[in-house]
Write a protein that binds this ligand. Structure first.
Ligand SMILES: Cc1cc2nc3c(=O)[nH]c(=O)nc-3n(C[C@H](O)[C@H](O)[C@H](O)COP(=O)(O)O)c2cc1C
Length: 472
C-alpha cells in the first residue's frame, strides 16, 4: 500500500477498524480505550479527541497478518515476523533509492510562526506517571553528519509547549550519535518527524540498520519502488511526500529534559533529550494523526519485534560459532521477561565445565549490533532433550537439573541500557548464567521419563478412525 490511510481504509472495509465518535479526553481516557481495543486486536479511529482538530488512528499493526496485508498479500492470509524479515533481507540486497518530487500531499497545508500549535494534535498522555503527552508513532528523520545518509527511526517525543518538544533517542540509537556529534561540534541540527507514513517506510524505520545504510533505500527495496520525498520547508531534509503530518524542528542543545513514559516491557522508561523548537508543521488536507499505544501493548511490540527479530537472527548466527557443541539457540525477547533478552542454548555436552565456559564466553561476545552483555540478562544452557522454544520446558530444566550452587553464575556490575531501570550507571546490573544441564555422573537419574513406542504410536490402530463429518 502506498500510503498510511489506504491501510486504515482496507481495515475498515474488513470490519477490523472501529470508529469512535464519542468525545474522549486525551489525558488517560484515550489511552484506556486504546489499550482495551488493542486487547481485542482492533484498529481504531477516534473522530473526536477533546481539544484537537484531527482524528487519531491506531492499532493498525497489532497483528502481523496486517504487515502482509499492507504489503499486498490477500486479506486474511497468514504472515509472520519471519516472513517480513525475509522480505527485509531481500530489500537490503536490492535497495531502491528515494525519488524527489515537487508536489506532495504532505505539504497541502503549511503552518509556520504563530500557526504552529502542537496542542491542536490529539497526543495522548498514556500512563499515570508519564511526564506528559507523547507522540509515539512518528518516524524521526535526520542526516548522519558523518556520511550524509538519511536516517529514520521511531523516537518517542514529549510535548513541552505549542512549538517545543523533546525527541528521545535511546543509547542504542543512531540518532543519539547524531545528537552527540552536532552538540560537540556546535553544529545546527535539523530534524523532522513524519507521522502516518506508508507501511514499507514504517517497517524500515523499525529495523536496526547499520548507520551507513539509509532506511529510505531499504523502504524502497521493501516496496519495490522508490519512496517519494519532498524537500522540507525549513531545511534541506527530504521528507515523505505522502505522510499525514510532517513536523520540522531545530534541535536546541542548550536545554535538556528528563522524562519518563510507560514502556514496552511494562515498566517506566527514563530518558533525557535536548529540546527541539518546531519551525513548521505541514499536513495533508484532511490529515489522520497516528498514535501507537505505549507500554506493553500489542502494536508497540508487534512493530518493535521487527527490529528484535533481525537482531536475534544475527546474534544466533554469531553465538553458534562459539562452540561446535551448540545444537540450537533461542533468544527470548518477550516483554513478559522484562526489557532485556534471555538466551537459551541447547548443547551436546562432553564435560561438566563446558556449559560454564560457554556462559562466560557468550556474555563476553561482541554480538552482532550490540555486545551480548549489554542486551542479554540471562543465559541458560540446557541439554538437547529440552524444547528451547518453550520457556516452560526451560524452567523445568532449571528446577530439575540444578542443585549445586556452582551451576549458577552471577556476574555483577555490567553496563545495561537505560530501560533496564532497576540498574544504574554507578551500580551496574547483574547478569545471570545458569547451567541447567544434567551432570555427567547423574544422567541416568535425571533423564525424563519416556514411554518406549509412544512417539510412533497411531491411536487409530486402537480406537478406530474418528467418525467423518456427515454431508447434509
Ligand atoms: C513504537 C516504537 C517506539 C520506539 N521508541 C523509541 C524511542 O523513544 N527512542 C529510541 O531511541 N528508539 C525507539 N524505538 C526503537 C527505534 O525506533 C529503533 O531501534 C530504530 O532502529 C532506531 O533507529 P536508529 O538507530 O537509526 O536511530 C522505538 C520503536 C518502536 C517500534
Amino acid at each position: 500500500m502506498h500510503d498510511f490511510r489506504s491501510l486504515a481504509k482496507a481495515l475498515e472495509a474488513r470490519g477490523e477498524l472501529l470508529r469512535i465518535s464519542r468525545p474522549v479526553d486525551s489525558r488517560h481516557e484515550l489511552a484506556a480505550v486504546m489499550a482495551r481495543l488493542e486487547g481485542d486486536g482492533k484498529a481504531f479511529l477516534f473522530e473526536n479527541v477533546k481539544g484537537s482538530k484531527y482524528p487519531l488512528a491506531g492499532g493498525l499493526f497489532n497483528r502481523t497478518e496486517r504487515f502482509g496485508l499492507a504489503l499486498g498479500r490477500p486479506p486474511g492470509s497468514p504472515y509472520t515476523h519471519a516472513d517480513l524479515d525475509r522480505h527485509i533481507e531481500q530489500a537490503k540486497a536490492n535497495p531502491v533509492l528515494p525519488r524527489m518530487v515537487s508536489d506532495a500531499p504532505s505539504k497541502a497545508v503549511v503552518l509556520t510562526g504563530s500557526e504552529i500549535r502542537l496542542q491542536d494534535l490529539p497526543v495522548p498522555t498514556f500512563f499515570e506517571l508519564d511526564t506528559g503527552a507523547f507522540i509515539t508513532a512518528a518516524i524521526g528523520i535526520a542526516r548522519n553528519p558523518r556520511t550524509g545518509a538519511l536516517n529514520a527511526g521511531f523516537y518517542r517525543t514529549l510535548i513541552l509547549g505549542d512549538d517545543i518538544f523533546a525527541i528521545n533517542a535511546s543509547s542504542l540509537s543512531d540518532l543519539r550519535r547524531f545528537y552527540q556529534h552536532a552538540e560537540q561540534n556546535g553544529e545546527e541540527m535539523s530534524i523532522a518527524l513524519a507521522i502516518g507514513v506508508e507501511p514499507s517506510l514504517l517497517f524500515a524505520a523499525a529495523c536496526k540498520l547499520p548507520p551507513t545504510v539509509s532506511e529510505f533505500d531499504i523502504a524502497g527495496g521493501i516496496k519495490g519502488a522508490p519512496i517519494e520525498m519532498v524537500k522540507a520547508e525549513t531545511s534541506d531534509l527530504p521528507v515523505p511526500a505522502n505522510a499525514e503530518f510532517i513536523i520540522e524542528g531545530k534541535v536546541d542543545f542548550s536545554r535538556r529534559v528528563n522524562n519518563v513514559l510507560g514502556e514496552y516491557a511494562g515498566q517506566y522508561g527514563p530518558e533525557s533529550a535536548p529540546v527541539t523548537r518546531v519551525v513548521a508543521i505541514t499536513h495533508r488536507r484532511d490529515p489522520i494523526f497516528y498514535s501507537i499505544m505505549a507500554g506493553k501493548n500489542p502494536e508497540h511490540n508487534t512493530i518493535g519485534n521487527i527490529a528484535t527479530y533481525g537482531i536475534q537472527r544475527d546474534l544466533s548466527a554469531k553465538l553458534l560459532q562459539l562452540s561446535p557443541a551448540i545444537r540450537k539457540i533461542k533468544i527470548f525477547t518477550e516483554p513478559k521477561l522484562g526489557p532485556m533478552v534471555h538466551i537459551v542454548m541447547a548443547i551436546a555436552k562432553t564435560d561438566d565445565e563446558q556449559p560454564k565456559q560457554l556462559i562466560r564466553q557468550a556474555f563476553a561476545a561482541p554480538g552482532s549490533i550490540f555486545p551480548v552483555s549489554r542486551i542479554a540478562r540471562r543465559i541458560v544452557i540446557v541439554d538437547e532433550d529440552i524444547d528451547i522454544e518453550s520457556l516452560e520446558d526451560v524452567e523445568w530444566a532449571i528446577w530439575t537439573r540444578v542443585a549445586d550452587a556452582s551451576k549458577v553464575i552471577v556476574i555483577p556490575g555490567m553496563q545495561s541500557w537505560e530501560l533496564d531501570r532497576a540498574s544504574s550507571e554507578k551500580r551496574g546490573s547483574m547478569r545471570l548464567g545458569i547451567d541447567a544441564t544434567m551432570d555427567m555422573a547423574d544422567r541416568a537419574a535425571l533423564v525424563r521419563p519416556r514411554i518406549p513406542g509412544f512417539d510412533n504410536l497411531r491411536l487409530e490402530d486402537y480406537v478406530g478412525k474418528p467418525p467423518g463429518r456427515s454431508v447434509a
